[in-house]
Ligand binder design. Structure first.
Ligand SMILES: [Zn+2]
Length: 284
């Protein structure tokens, strides 16, 4: 009885954890995707490590509870968390930025993020849904604000920030060259274009943020111009991580698939149009 009561109390105190898929915080063994790119996230949430002789770059921090596991993964690969010099983020939602504050404290790295996501990162809230405390995450200070097309460089590794807003106001898609099977390919870490919890139109509350519908539309158009040989995304299942990982070691590298980004964008755009029509109907 006492145990049951404790579980019930825990569940009500942490609705986000109670509702989050178990694989978001489940640990998984880190591994090399190709060349200097490693997967150090959880089973369900991506965190990418790009190593260089002058220190490392870490993209995304998963949920708050995942930070220590990400650090353990970096160590397990033979690298030092204290050598992480730059932290980057796809978007300021708790399942991808939640661990950043802890990672920043532990590594001493600087955080570079897009201007429109800065306020969300620094307040640890979901803009437009601030009343949803279950979406809060530990706030983290942004040290460098990035504009669309700006580059982040360290030790010969150069990433380009492409602002692809909609899913969040500052959603950032990252591109970088990656050597795979002896050839330089373009890797793309696709921010996300799902509608998820976002209000596109709403009678009472207004949209999630002003201009969100136009942002999604411009983002779909922009993503159609981006070439991706290696498609990566913040949720492991979005780029079939488990399947590709199981096939690693085969030639060609299973992470190379130039069709994947465009297929994901096309299906996401169809979903967006359906969600928009549904929300417009509901707001009538
Ligand atoms: Zn998100």
């Amino acid at each position: 009885m006492k145990a049951l009561l404790t579980i019930a109390l825990l569940a009500s105190a942490a609705p986000a954890l109670a509702q989050s898929p178990a694989n978001w915080s489940a640990p998984t063994k880190p591994f090399r995707i190709a060349d200097n790119l490693y997967y150090v996230g959880t089973e369900g949430l991506t965190s990418l490590l790009l190593t260089t002789p002058q220190g490392h770059i870490l993209i995304d921090g998963a949920v708050p509870s995942a930070a220590k596991g990400i650090e353990a993964n970096i160590t397990a690969l033979g690298f030092k968390p204290s050598d992480v010099k730059i932290l980057l983020n796809s978007h300021a939602h708790f399942d991808h930025s939640g661990g950043l504050a802890q990672l920043k404290t532990d590594t001493g790295a600087m955080l570079a993020a897009s201007g429109p996501d800065k306020a969300a990162l620094e307040s640890g809230t979901y803009p437009g849904s601030e009343e949803r405390r279950d979406l809060d995450f530990p706030p983290v200070k942004v040290d460098r604000v990035l504009k669309d097309g700006e580059k982040v460089a360290l030790g010969g590794v150069v990433l380009t920030a492409h602002l692809t807003p909609g899913h969040s106001a500052g959603c950032t898609t990252w591109t970088f060259p990656l050597k795979v099977d002896g050839a330089v390919r373009q890797a793309v870490y696709h921010c996300s274009t799902s509608v998820a919890l976002n209000r596109l139109v709403s009678k009472d509350k207004g949209p999630q943020y002003p201009g969100i519908v136009g942002d999604y539309q411009a983002t779909f158009a922009k993503l159609k111009t981006i070439k991706a040989d290696v498609f990566l995304a913040p949720h492991a299942e979005s780029f079939k991580l488990a399947d590709k990982r199981a096939r690693l070691g085969a030639q060609p590298n299973p992470f190379v698939d130039p069709t994947e980004l465009q297929a994901a964008v096309a299906s996401s755009e169809r979903d967006f149009k359906k969600a928009l029509a549904k929300q417009q109907e509901a707001a009538r």
